[in-house]
Design a protein around this ligand. Structure first.
Ligand code: BES
Ligand code: MG
Ligand code: ZN
Length: 491
């Protein structure tokens, strides 16, 4: 999809579909902006008939079959003083998604004077594009019907440096994450995941290391390998590095849970546990690889960024881990596996130890880690934990700029008792109550505590059943935009 701006005299503008954003104040004045293409007085009458005042989220559609402008869609943006770029993004996305199979070009005229930054304009382009995402890879009839090719912003004279290239890169990262998450487990295996990572490395000049099973054994990754043991597919430990041309000011590691399928193991997922959806248990690693693709193109200077995924499957066979086994992670700590379905934290234990050994300033891990976070926060909000207040602040800022909802959860130390084992240093599972918190406390055992760390549980947000806002139903690509924004805010 192409993004463009039209800065010339509007009387020379040509196009057939216009989205016109209106705030609640001074309707007449705002409508006059459209006189270059249709009579605003006539429009005002029609709007009055429909009792439209510019209320937030309200949308009016007009078709003019005999005029230069054929379709006009008016979006209510609510009160100008309360204008909120996430609301705009979502209304815009809803309108554009519905038109994307009919129109080749859609133009947008908004009260740009109320928008503060060109980054916000970029994010409108981003939402427009992401809302039209379609995935037909697994259909024999590849009828995707999408005809929309261009989004044009009219009359933005206020901003001169809009970087739509960056928008493009971020969208490609999110779309990669969505494709990875939605791919079925017989297609996206650990091997395929490592190939996808190699492709990113080739395209954008990142360094790549894929550690095979024996190399992971040599590093003592007993937790990760315990999970992989019951699968016929080889585990692949993926490590991408994005180097900086200028001296490194900050070193960052992004770690993603990469279970290409989670059957639960011998604690098999039964009943309403949605075993058939567990292809998306690599949502964390999809976000990390999506961010690698976007950042590989953006090339933020002065940062060295590591992308780490311990990819494998959680399956059952004669060599699978038993409930009750005691294993040793690569930092030497022993773990009693009292539940084989709490496998993500075992793979992350070794991935975090590996990341910690790289001596980064900060680590963020993303994981579809617990059903408990879905119970706590539902499907629109992800939970995060951190050992550092600055990190909390920066992550909240980045997620709100990115339009991905994030809520801080407590690292409640008193719950650590729940992980006590009679036989090993710890168990991998605590009591049911506060399950997403004990999971975060478990992770905290596997890296140097001086490193700033945040853990984001995306079990609820990596997939949606609704067709809404910038997310068509299916994989959301949650996390890519927040990670990229968090990094961009450092440069
Ligand atoms: N992959 C699941 C978590 C999950 C659940 C993701 C629902 C998306 C939707 C994870 O490996 C898991 O099975 N967690 C268990 C942990 C429990 C055994 C302590 C859970 O949440 O039930
Ligand atoms: Mg599990
Ligand atoms: Zn899992």
């Amino acid at each position: 999809m192409q993004f463009s701006t039209f800065q010339q005299d509007l009387n020379t503008w040509q196009g057939s579909t216009l989205i016109f954003g209106i705030v609640e104040e001074d309707l007449k004045n705002q409508l006059e902006k459209i006189d270059f293409i249709i009579d605003s007085k006539l429009l005002q009458e029609k709007i009055n008939q429909k009792k439209f005042k510019g209320e937030k989220g309200k949308i009016l559609n007009f078709d003019f079959f005999d005029q230069r402008l054929q379709t006009l869609k008016i979006i209510g943006l609510g009160e100008g003083k309360n204008i909120n770029s996430n609301d705009i993004k979502n209304s815009l996305a809803d309108v554009i998604r519905k038109s994307s199979d009919k129109e080749e070009k859609i133009s947008i005229l908004f009260p740009w004077e109320l928008i503060n930054s060109q980054e916000e304009i970029q994010s409108f382009g981003e939402s427009a594009r992401l809302s039209t995402y379609k995935d037909n890879r697994f259909n024999s009839k590849r009828d995707d019907k999408k005809v929309l090719k261009e989004i044009e912003f009219l009359n933005i004279n206020k901003f001169t440096n809009i970087n739509f290239n960056e928008t493009e890169y971020i969208c490609e990262g999110v779309e990669l994450a969505r494709r990875l998450v939605a791919a079925p487990p017989n297609s996206l295996t650990p091997l395929e995941m490592s190939r996808q990572a190699s492709k990113i490395a080739e395209e954008h000049g990142l360094e790549i290391k894929i550690l095979e099973k024996n190399e992971c054994e040599n590093l003592g990754m007993g937790a990760y390998l315990a999970v992989a043991k019951g699968s016929d597919l080889e585990p692949k430990f993926i490590h991408l590095t994005l180097k900086s041309k200028s001296p490194v000011k900050e070193k960052i590691a992004l770690v993603g849970k990469g279970l290409t399928f989670d059957s639960g193991g011998y604690n098999l997922k039964v009943g309403a546990s949605q075993i058939e959806m567990m292809k998306y248990d690599m949502g964390g690693s999809a976000a990390v690889l999506g961010a690698a693709k976007a950042l590989g193109a953006i090339k933020p200077d002065g940062l060295e960024i590591h992308f780490i995924v311990a990819a494998c499957e959680n399956m059952i066979n004669g060599s699978a881990v038993h409930p009750g086994d005691v294993i040793k992670a690569s930092n030497g700590k022993t773990i009693e596996i009292n539940n084989t379905d709490a496998e993500g934290r075992l793979t992350l234990a070794d991935a975090l130890t590996y990341a910690s050994n790289l001596k980064p300033d900060s680590i963020i891990d993303l994981a579809t880690l617990t059903g408990a976070i879905v119970v706590a926060l539902g499907n629109d909000v992800a939970g995060f934990w951190t050992n550092n207040n600055m990190m909390a602040k920066d992550l909240k800022t980045a997620s709100s700029q990115a339009g991905e909802e994030l809520w801080q959860m407590p690292l409640q130390k008193s719950y650590k008792d729940g992980l006590k084992s009679h036989i090993a240093d710890m168990k991998n599972t605590g009591p049911r109550a506060g399950g997403s918190i004990t999971a975060a406390l478990f992770l905290e055992e596997f890296f140097d505590g001086n490193i700033n760390w945040a853990h984001i549980d995306i079990a609820g947000t990596c997939w949606t059943d609704k067709n809404r806002g910038i997310n068509p139903s299916g994989a959301t690509g949650y996390g890519v935009k927040t990670l990229v924004q968090w990094i961009k805010n450092k440069i």
